[in-house]
Design a protein around this ligand. Structure first.
Ligand SMILES: [Zn+2]
Length: 117
């Protein structure tokens, strides 16, 4: 049985959205990504399942989350690319090179690319 708090720790607190030349915007991941739901309280979000896939190129972690406000379930999919181009010091500080995060609905349909983590 998956521990709720343990699963919560798997989720980054923030994702970063690239605003092209205007820099990066930080968004809180403690929110429901389902349509027509404005829940942004972590109290009402319950992670309950984790899936992991790994190959030579990337590692994918999916956290299934139940929203207690709209009663829906969504999935946060985190994709870590392993073979990131050799980073210079500057790039190391850039969260862009670390991973991609997506939101999926219960059936696995993509709700959109959230950002980078
Ligand atoms: Zn919701």
């Amino acid at each position: 049985m998956a521990d709720k708090e343990e699963l919560r720790n798997e989720i980054p607190s923030y994702a970063y959205i690239s605003l092209a030349r205007r820099g990066m915007e930080k968004i809180n991941l403690d929110q429901c990504f389902l349509k027509n739901c404005d829940n942004d309280s972590s109290e009402l979000l319950e992670p309950f399942k984790k899936e992991e896939f790994e190959d030579d190129k990337k590692k994918i972690t999916k956290i299934h989350i139940k929203c207690k406000k709209c009663e829906g379930t969504f999935i946060l999919k985190m994709e870590n690319i392993k073979s990131v181009a050799k980073s210079t010091k500057e790039i190391e500080e850039e969260p862009l090179s670390m991973g991609l995060i997506f939101a999926l609905d219960e059936e696995g349909n993509n709700l959109g690319h959230i950002g980078y983590f």
